[in-house]
Ligand binder design. Sequence first.
Ligand SMILES: *[C@@H]1O[C@H](CO)[C@@H](O)[C@H](O)[C@H]1NC(C)=O
Ligand SMILES: *[C@@H]1O[C@H](CO)[C@@H](O)[C@H](O)[C@H]1NC(C)=O
Ligand SMILES: *[C@@H]1O[C@H](CO)[C@@H](O)[C@H](O)[C@H]1NC(C)=O
Length: 305
Amino acid sequence: MPLQNRSSKTRRRTILLVIIMVLIVTIVAVLAAVLLANETKETSRQLLQWKGRGTTKNLQEVILGRCYNYITTVNPELRDKDCQNIWETMQKAFIYKNPCNITTEDYQPLLDLTSHPIPCNKSLFWSKTNDLVHRYTKTSHNFLTLEDTLLGYMADGVSWCGNPSSPGINYESCPKWSECESNPSSVYWKMASKMFAEAACGVVQVMLNGSIEAGAFRSNSIFGSIEIFNLDPDKVSTVQIWLMQNIGGPASESCTGRSITRLKSILEERNLRVSCEDNYRPVQLLQCASDPDHADCRLCTNSVQ
Ligand SMILES: *[C@@H]1O[C@H](CO)[C@@H](O)[C@H](O)[C@H]1NC(C)=O
Ligand SMILES: *[C@@H]1O[C@H](CO)[C@@H](O)[C@H](O)[C@H]1NC(C)=O
Ligand SMILES: *[C@@H]1O[C@H](CO)[C@@H](O)[C@H](O)[C@H]1NC(C)=O
């Protein structure tokens, strides 16, 4: 009897011990879970803050949709491109990275995947004529701007950047060019512009804005700082400038103006032939389509009659 008593006492003690241990383990587990949850909240709060627009909502769907649209309807010759892989490669270039520390190496794999030839005589560069030049390429299929290449088409008007901590993409804000130059979209556009210029051949065109007071050609623009220096004089025969003024002015600069003269001498120094045309008629007709009654748009001027 006493023996049995002792053993039952031992059993009871063991059960108590087990219960206490289970309790301790549970408490530790709960504590750990709470701490971990807090920590996750902490890291997600470590979203870096910038002055620019955050990553475009549904970035993946936007890029994938545009890629598929491009290879299906815009340029079916590229139907064999792998859009899923293109998206994943693009994402890898910036996700979970500090958005001020993006390099050309980050985007090189994407450039290799998306490169495609551009037919000679078709490259159309532009600066400060964004709206007009794209209205023109939509109606005249003789020319391609950067935004008509796969890289330019996918990213046009889209914003994106990463964040070192979870979730790796910053949808709240992204660095502006003035905050840091090596941000994901600036590096992307610089590389895309360089590639676009390197691919140009034959006669190339550039549409500049003759209604800009400070001058139509600016050496700090993408065209003035990247594209003109990456044209290959062995492939490009002539650079044709179309200098477009707004209908109704101001007529700030013509082909004989100061900034155009500067552009001409830079190009000629690089052994490129240059020509310039004020208000290139096919483009001006497009301007006139939205302002047909303006005096500048009359077929015959009074002086002719
Ligand atoms: C920037 O990136 C380079 C290479 O990816 C890395 O070695 C460096 O530590 C990074 N610097 C910062 C401040 O993140
Ligand atoms: C490009 O334009 C030049 C001059 O107009 C012409 O001689 C050449 O044949 C054109 N090349 C192509 C591929 O159309
Ligand atoms: C020239 O630039 C001004 C200011 O950016 C813009 O409003 C205008 O539409 C541009 N003109 C042309 C012909 O693109």
